[in-house]
Design a protein around this ligand. Structure first.
Ligand code: SF4
Ligand code: SF4
Length: 349
């Protein structure tokens, strides 16, 4: 794989070059402690050294609210709103957020393909950047390395004197054409990046733990603290549930159909006609959310649907940690099923 040196001082020149190729989105500071992906207008405002953005880049492919169509009841006609898909370049994406996009690709291409998502996704290029794990990241526990190249076209690996720029795909190579004075980078020893937040078991054993976790008291315990705000769903890069509503104008003659994000932690999510709610208890909703991340889809695809970004814990109104929840289930599994603690080599270290 080709790789080049990129000094920090040439980063702005690279961003300016990318802006001649397409619309560039990158992390920016948002207030004192938060970061968000926004369109780049001033390369000097891009921050590549960030812990996580509040929302992942999912918002560009599955907007929080979008108009699907407009209709006229008078004429009985409807007109579909076609999503735009200009060339978009996502710069400074962490590996877990890239993996989340690949998981959404799976969700939206199975069964009846979701064409709005897929159309927005078509014309996108991704440039990854390495990161230093903080106390919330645990992506390594779900099989995602900091320097995971899968899905990226280019990848920037930070080191003490700048970046090593890896060319991952042909599209990435084409993106660099016309950007001069790149020097080939020497081989460097891999940077050791320690994850302090860890799930106790290797991710491929979690499905087995969840086979025995349905009646755990953990669900009720975390439900005692949970306020059902739905923040964990809204910040999760792999949550993809949505609601569709028709908004009819006061004239009752025409209106629009909208799609908005929804979340399984909200009380209204499982409410059906007649007022029944098949997950009215917070403990049931907690269990459902965590099973969606580690069991239901994983049993079909072999991959956890949690990418270890740590957002749901970092932003939880009640300080509930998904890693602590899963580790508690692992401990219960040891005590009730294995009836012994696991040997050290079974831990994720
Ligand atoms: S963010 Fe925390 S408090 Fe809010 S629904 Fe999720 S787990 Fe419950
Ligand atoms: S479940 Fe939590 S840690 Fe896992 S991907 Fe979603 S927000 Fe990130």
């Amino acid at each position: 794989m080709e790789k080049f040196n990129l000094s920090t001082s040439r980063l702005n020149a690279l961003i300016k070059h990318l802006m001649t190729r397409g619309i560039v989105y990158a992390p920016h500071k948002n207030g004192e402690v938060s970061f968000s992906f926004d369109e780049v207008r001033d390369p000097g405002k891009v921050i590549l050294n960030y812990n996580r953005t509040l929302q992942s880049i999912k918002k560009y492919f599955l907007p929080p609210r979008e108009q699907l169509l407009s209709f006229s009841l008078k004429s009985g006609s409807l007109s579909k709103v076609e999503p735009e898909n200009p060339l978009r370049i996502f710069l400074g994406v962490h590996s877990y957020d890239m993996q989340a996009v690949l998981r959404l690709d799976y969700n939206f291409s199975q069964g009846n393909p979701e064409l709005n998502y897929l159309k927005r996704r078509q014309n996108s290029l991704f440039i990854g950047v390495s990161f230093e794990p903080d106390t919330y990241h645990f992506s390594r526990s779900v099989g995602i390395m900091v320097e995971e190249f899968d899905g990226f076209d280019l990848f920037l690996d930070k080191h003490s004197s700048g970046y090593t720029l890896y060319v991952v795909t042909q599209a990435g190579e084409e993106l660099l054409s016309g950007f001069d004075h790149l020097e080939e980078a020497p081989d460097r020893p891999a940077t050791h990046r320690e994850f302090r937040n860890k799930i106790k078991y290797n991710f491929n054993r979690l499905s087995e733990v969840f086979d025995h976790a349905w009646d755990s008291s953990v669900w009720e315990e975390i439900a005692q603290r949970c306020v059902g705000c739905g923040t964990c769903n809204l910040v999760c890069p792999t949550c993809y549930c949505f609601d569709v509503e028709d908004d009819v104008n006061l004239s009752l003659a025409d209106g629009s159909r909208y799609r908005s994000w929804d979340g399984c932690m909200l009380n209204s999510f499982a409410k059906v006609a007649g007022g029944e709610n098949f997950r009215a208890d917070l403990s049931d909703r907690q269990r459902h959310r965590v099973y969606r991340k580690f069991k239901y889809i994983t049993d079909v695809t072999g991959e956890p649907w949690c990418v270890g970004c740590g957002r749901c814990t970092a932003y939880c109104t009640a300080g509930i940690s998904i890693v602590e929840t899963v580790n508690r289930l692992c401990e219960e599994y040891e005590q009730t099923v294995l009836r012994k603690p696991l040997a050290k080599q079974d831990w994720v270290l």
